[in-house]
Design a protein. Structure first.
Lengths: 313, 159, 412
């Protein structure tokens, strides 16, 4: 019991996750800055931002629905953190596990987007409304390729449980290489989920100010930003497990280091991608996801089905 | 024959009342003075027949009793024609040229705001460049208009 | 308000997409723009009126401040008109130096634009890169003129500072760096697919529309209209230099980008020629304080397009009338046309594509706070007292704090 509480609240749960999220945000911003020839923030900047926001006044727009407006950020943060407990990190085991948890994790990661929509919609500001509708529209574009990409790996392992995926790939080393196309698809879709360039359409500042976040300030804004950081970690951890499931049966310390390296690798890829491209338009993004990502994901699924039929019966 | 002389000749052929009011200032610069009654036909002829397709801007002038307007036209021939007309200040009514140059709308609004010209045929729209609560009888670029100075309490010494 | 089908969204007067205050009210249906209502005038400062009340020399510096980016354009355009009225023969060396500064300014303005355009389409990397390279030309301008903006180079009858041989070496070195970088940008602009996707087909302005709406500068040239004052009505040293007028047939934002980037290359060429052929001689001649009566119209190809100044002199040391028409004013009508039936996401880049400079566009009007139609003036102490009172009503009282601070001698 006590062990589980420690797991949830301290390590690798809440406290670790938040700290890691800050470090990840710093690394993302630093890489982004260095690639752009800037100096970039000091290491404590994300923490400083968070503390500063906590000390700021919370402004709730008079025309908004205060309950929904206040609840949305907490709801988003809670669901992103919950998803973390189902993912095996550096050993082939997680805190909670059952057959079908891969679906649960994916849906827990969808909930923050819905919360952003609700928060933006109930802010009743014009920019928030457009931004929140955009984030929902975007959801329909990237969600399908993301699911297909991740499930293609599960399909090969013949299970809907993340723990068993880990077990399968540990006993079949190098098989994860079959899923590299799926990884690319899932990574691009993850950019959509994290609302980063080129898919930062919902919060495109030159069009809709800050989209659904426009009316948020103080603590609630801090939680929203924290949610995005945590989502980045959880998303990367999920991708790391599903697509790079190696080093899970080693000594915990080495396993932990490998886990950190995997996450940082995925975060650097995200920073790199958002450095080299411009923001797409909504119609272009939907086109891109359905015309290119989905057929590619189908190709990966087909490939994995064939492989499974041939080798892993 | 230079472009300027060609324009001058064709103008004089068409409108004999322009005799003496068409001047070639220097290469690529001409000025024409025309009374308000004759303005529209001359303007239309310049814009359509002589292919001065680019209206650079409209300058407003305050000439004591009258308001002057200079239409700066140019085109492929590269000659800049300054077509000048004027109207009595008491009834400063001019016609819009937006049917020839839709882009002139903003220049005409400027004349309305800053000189108090009344432009006939200008569609409804926002003011430019003054604020919406600017008094309707104040025209800053007229010579008799002076910015009100802060005489009440003098300039604040702490500011 | 509870459906998003058809509502008006304000872009400005304060909005992250705009670097200067201007009001755009956009009627939207979903993501589609039904119509745009433009309200200009937030930057109106009364420069035309103020110019009538100052001497010609003072006016140079006033006119230079019409705009921060194209300051040299405005001051050159103004003194060209004054010199024409006064009949001054400006030394050739001065004309060449004006040309060089003008082209350096164009380089700095176009690089600035490239960065802003990158930012508007969410490509911040381009912004960071091009603004870093812009520092090179800013440094050159600073070393020649002493200022990064508002150079103060022009005076009636010539220029105020000479370009030494060492400085022209400096410029040539900088040009090599810039040329190499510009080639890289041309490569980026023609190969990066997200840029092409975001820019092509956006903000279409056909050749006919350009002629109808009187668009100028790169906006007009990107629609295939060869409209460039440097070639059409040569001023300064442009008549003696060889350069191409860049046009493009694409008619969209992408075309405008290509035109601007290629114009950078032309600018390098012009500066190299001008430095090579820089004539010897004085840089200025003495100009009279009182300009004889007369009038003149002067045109100048600013980075954003044709700048027009009209000056009328009445024989005194102050002008009778100064009229300024900045390029953005000529292009703003076209923006309305370009935005119709486009997506909201295109709005920032379409506005940015004319390289708007609203502080140029609006000028005039002196200080007069209007509280009612009668025009009550609020003085500074009254305004100060009013603000304290207003905050007191909101429950924030500064009086005690003020006393405490002044007791310690911390306030005035």
């Amino acid at each position: 019991m006590l062990g589980e509480l420690f797991y949830i609240f301290i390590f690798p749960g809440f406290v670790f996750l938040i700290n890691f999220a800050w470090i990840a945000e710093f690394i993302d911003r630093k890489i982004y800055a260095r690639l752009q020839n800037r100096v970039g923030p000091p290491w404590f900047q994300p923490v400083a931002d968070f503390i500063k926001l906590l000390s700021k006044e919370d402004i709730v727009p008079a025309a908004s629905n205060p309950k929904m407006f206040k609840i949305a950020p907490l709801f988003a943060l809670a669901s992103a953190i919950t998803a973390f407990f189902y993912i095996p990190l550096w050993k082939a085991d997680a805190l909670f596990s059952f057959n079908g948890d891969v679906i649960v994790v994916l849906y827990l990661l969808t909930l923050p987007t819905l919360a952003f929509f609700i928060g933006g919609w109930y802010s009743t500001s014009l920019y928030s409304r457009i931004g929140s509708v955009r984030s929902l529209m975007q959801l329909f574009a990237y969600e399908v390729p993301l699911f297909m990409g991740i499930l293609s790996s599960a399909l090969l392992a013949d299970t809907w449980s993340l723990r068993e995926i880990a077990v399968f790939y540990t006993s079949h080393p190098y098989v994860w290489m079959f899923n590299l196309l799926g990884f690319a698809i899932a990574l691009v879709s993850l950019l959509g989920k994290l609302e980063k360039v080129p898919f930062d359409i919902p919060e495109a500042e030159t069009e809709v100010v800050a989209g659904g976040f426009t009316e948020y300030s103080g603590r609630m804004l801090a939680f929203l930003r924290m949610t995005l950081d945590v989502e980045m970690i959880v998303g990367s951890a999920l991708l790391a497990l599903v697509f790079f499931p190696f080093g899970l049966n080693l000594h915990p310390v080495i396993g932990f280091l490998i886990f950190i390296i995997k996450i940082l690798f995925i975060i650097s890829l995200i920073s790199l991608l958002r450095t080299v491209v411009a923001r797409l338009r909504m119609d272009q993004m939907i086109n891109f996801c359905w015309k290119y990502l989905v057929p590619l994901a189908l190709l990966q699924l087909l490939f994995n089905l064939t492989m499974k039929g041939m080798f892993f019966r | 024959m230079s472009q300027e002389e060609k324009i001058k000749e064709e103008l004089l052929k068409k409108f004999n009342y322009l005799e003496g009011s068409v001047n070639i200032i220097r290469p690529r610069r001409m000025s024409i003075e025309v009374s308000l009654d004759n303005f529209m036909p001359v303007f239309a002829y310049l814009a359509k027949e002589l292919e001065l397709t680019h209206l650079c801007t409209i300058t407003g002038l305050d000439e004591q009793e009258r308001l002057g307007f200079i239409y700066h036209l140019t085109g492929e021939s590269r000659v800049m024609v300054n077509l000048k007309t004027s109207v009595a200040k008491a009834n400063p009514l001019i016609k819009t040229v937006t049917s020839y140059f839709p882009g002139a709308e903003i220049y005409e609004r400027e004349l309305e705001d800053l000189f108090g010209a009344k432009v006939e045929g200008l569609p409804q729209g926002n003011r430019y460049p003054l604020t919406d609560d600017w008094p309707v009888d104040q025209f800053p670029l007229r010579k008799d208009w002076k910015p009100a100075l802060d005489t009440e309490q003098g300039v604040d010494k702490n500011a | 308000m509870h459906n998003s089908k058809d509502f008006k969204i304000p872009i400005g007067p304060q909005h992250p997409a705009l670097k200067e205050p201007e009001g755009f009210s956009v009627a939207l249906k979903g993501e589609k723009i039904l119509g745009v209502d433009i309200r200009l005038g937030y930057n109106h400062r009364g420069i035309e009126k103020a110019a009538e009340e100052r001497t010609y020399i003072q006016d140079i510096y006033l006119i230079e401040r019409v705009c921060g980016i194209c300051s040299h354009s405005h001051s050159t355009c103004f003194i060209q008109a004054v010199e024409e009225i006064a009949g001054l023969a400006v030394p050739r060396r001065a004309l060449y130096i004006r040309t060089i500064i003008g082209e350096l300014e164009r380089i700095h303005s176009h690089l600035l634009w490239l960065g802003v355009a990158g930012h508007e389409i969410g490509f911040d990397t381009l912004l960071m890169y091009s603004w870093r390279d812009r520092e090179v030309v800013m440094d050159i301008l600073a070393s020649i003129t002493g200022n990064r903006v508002n150079y103060g180079m022009n005076t009636i009858g010539g220029v105020r500072r000479d370009i030494s041989p060492e400085q022209s070496q400096e410029i040539l070195i900088a040009l090599d760096i810039l040329e190499e970088r510009t080639k890289y940008y041309i490569e980026v602009a023609t190969q990066e697919s997200t840029i092409i996707k975001r820019l092509s087909g956006v903000g279409i302005l056909s050749r006919e529309d350009v002629l109808r709406l009187d668009a100028v500068g790169p906006t007009a040239r990107a629609s295939g209209v060869k409209r460039d004052v440097r070639a059409d009505d040569p001023y300064a040293a442009y008549g003696e230099l060889e350069f191409k007028v860049i046009t493009d047939e694409r008619c969209d934002v992408y075309g405008r980008t290509v035109v601007r980037v290629k114009e950078l290359m032309e600018s390098y060429k012009i500066i190299r020629q001008a430095l090579k052929n820089l004539p010897d001689g004085p840089i200025a001649i003495k100009a009279p304080r009182k300009i004889p009566a007369g009038e003149a119209l002067s045109r100048y190809e600013a980075p954003r397009g044709e700048d027009v100044h009209y000056v009328r002199a009445n024989g005194t040391e102050k002008p009778d009338r100064v009229k300024v028409r900045a390029p953005t004013l000529a292009n703003i009508q076209a923006v309305k046309h370009m935005l119709r039936d486009r997506y909201l996401a295109d709005m920032p880049i379409v506005i940015a594509a004319i390289d708007p400079c609203f502080s140029c566009t609006d000028r005039l009007i002196a200080l007069k706070e209007q509280e009612s139609a009668t025009g009550k003036i609020i003085s500074w102490p009254a305004l100060h007292a009013y603000s304290l009172e207003w905050y007191k009503k909101q429950g924030i009282d500064f009086t005690a704090l003020n006393k405490k601070l002044s007791a310690k001698g911390l306030t005035g």
